[in-house]
Design a protein around this ligand. Structure first.
Ligand code: GDP
Ligand code: MG
Length: 300
């Protein structure tokens, strides 16, 4: 890790409503599949740090969960995560849809940015879906709400504007040691990334009612000493025994499918062969149990 005085760091929170494209953006910038991308809202439950090294500058991205009103204790935690993540970063990137009508979530996030006094970058995503002329209305609608330090229209999907955005993020860097070793893309323990990859497959394979009541805990993550093989034991927690049946499927077919898809992705991420064993357990109301949801959502 470089600790010289001429290194710089920029901590950037990526904020925005669910489905606006935050994970896609983080993935586009990092160039590796870390943040979870899904067409379903609220897929990102954890705060994920992605680290991008650009010469002497390190840009650290915080991918926050969607800002929304708390209905369960887990929800309250998500909201707190967003507020806290605004508190001590160098800039907040507010990612919005290319529509000229800021919603409640955007207004609350802007209020948070104002309160914190933190520089704000307006990121208008999905410009591939609108005509260029329509962007002016979007920009002026947001300019009326806040004096953003920069406005960057992008398409996270096809990469338009993402390098300009990264350059903008770099401009907020402050002198200081790099906070992460070079070459690392996340500070999440590897087991948490694995848990997220499994959870992504649950979302992919099952109806949306079930996955939002599920959590994945990695019980064992051990690398064999002499070979490049990693043994992983994972437990999928769900809220009802009927859900357990659906997750396991007929003759275990669904769990097998989830396991196979997960293993392929984990192997790609780890660059090693993986033996993955999965279990399904029922834990009623785990979302309302603060200590459990803490365990499920916070880095170990
Ligand atoms: P998040 O909830 O904010 O993290 O959003 P995701 O990154 O999971 O993206 C939600 C959906 O929007 C996915 O289906 C993405 O493929 C899609 N999406 C993200 N960025 C773009 C973009 O620039 N253009 C288009 N057309 N779709 C996008
Ligand atoms: Mg996301």
């Amino acid at each position: 890790m470089k600790q010289t005085a001429d290194t710089r760091c920029a901590m950037i929170t990526i904020a925005g409503r669910p489905n606006v494209g935050k994970s896609t953006l983080v993935n586009a910038l990092v160039g590796e599949k870390i943040a979870i991308v899904s067409p379903k809202p609220q897929t990102t439950r954890n705060r994920i740090y992605a680290v991008i090294d650009r010469g002497d500058t390190q840009v650290i991205l915080l991918d926050t969960p969607g800002f929304h009103r708390a209905r369960t204790k887990l929800g309250e935690q998500m909201v707190r995560t967003v507020r806290e993540s605004i508190a001590d970063v160098d800039a907040v990137a507010l990612v919005v849809e290319p529509v000229a009508s800021p919603g409640d979530i955007e207004r609350e996030l802007i209020a948070g940015i104002k309160q914190s006094g933190c520089p704000g970058v307006l990121v208008i995503n999905k410009i591939d879906t609108v005509e260029k002329e329509k962007l002016f209305a979007v920009i002026s609608a947001y300019a009326a709400l806040h004096d953003f330090d920069a406005v960057v229209p992008i398409s996270a999907k096809n990469g338009d504007g993402t390098q300009q955005l990264l350059a903008e993020f770099q401009s907020f860097a402050k002198s200081g040691p790099k906070l992460f070793p070079e070459g690392e893309v996340t500070d999440q323990p590897e087991r948490q990334v694995c848990a997220e990859l499994i959870r992504e497959k649950l979302l992919l394979c099952l109806d949306k009612e079930i996955p939002h009541g599920t959590a994945v805990v990695i019980d064992r993550f051990s690398e064999r000493i002499d070979t490049e093989i990693i043994d992983i034991d994972a437990t999928i927690y769900c809220e009802k025994s009927s859900h357990k049946g659906i997750i396991i499927g007929k003759n275990g077919a669904m769990l097998k499918k989830i396991g196979a898809l997960s293993r392929a992705d984990i192997e790609r991420f780890m660059g090693a062969k993986v033996f993955l064993q999965t279990w399904v357990k029922v834990k009623e109301n785990w979302r309302d149990n603060a200590s459990l949801s803490q365990r499920f959502t916070v880095n170990e």
